[in-house]
Design a protein around this ligand. Sequence first.
Ligand code: GLP
Length: 275
Amino acid sequence: MRLIIQDNHKLTSKWVANYIARKINLAEPTAEKPFVMGLPTGSSPIGTYCELILLYEKGKVSFRHVVTFNMDEYVGIPKDHPQSYHTFMWNNLFSKIDILPENVNILNGNALDIKAECQAYEDKIQAIGGIDLFLGGIGPDGHLAFNEPGSSLASRTRDKELNYDTKVANSRFFENDISKVPNSSLTVGIATVMAAREVVIIVNGYNKALALQHAVEEGVNHMWTISALQLHPRGMIVCDEPATYELKVGTYKHFKDIEKNNLEPDNLLTSSLIW
Ligand code: GLP
């Protein structure tokens, strides 16, 4: 696993956006062979999405041949609810870039047949040839998408109940009223994310420090589902300084040292050796 430590969230966002843009450009995607991405919601990726929009506006990247699959969606709120992940994605990214609406895939939390909806999502990912790069964020308890502590590390797309911690964390988007936060979600599984050819996770802020410590220094454990990343051949976490506060000094110095030539975001846009 790679760990890229940036001074602050702004630089983290820039690094990840430049990395993604370079990956898309190196893939030279076409309609027949698109670049396929998994995408998260939440506050962690917003800065990255802003940077991607800037890169698009400057003509440095196009999303015309990019296909996306979002990680998760709430169950039981309308698609056009201000806090649905559909709304989030269109407001924060899709409406501001040249992605084709038919290339956007987001789980339907109002599907009558939840099982069929989830299976169709997995089938569609497989039919297109799998995901090239899965971008993610994590919750303070180390959950990836809505794979709460105790979720199977072999899980695929399915419905999941939200735990109390997640509802408290997400209540900030629902007028700080936990009773307004949906109780369940549809989410890709840990194995769905791990099947991607590459996984990039954004971790920022002190409230994620314990989760980062478990992800990087402890063993693979279903109570910290992000720790499954240790088993991925191309797993990378990009974090800011506050997120490193629970790491051992030696761990911090090790990753700072081995990545010292890879930390400058601007170099990524032209580098041929990005991984
Ligand atoms: C939700 C989402 C996750 C996201 C997490 C962290 O629970 N299902 O995919 O990573 O929130 O959100 P934030 O980035 O706002 O801290």
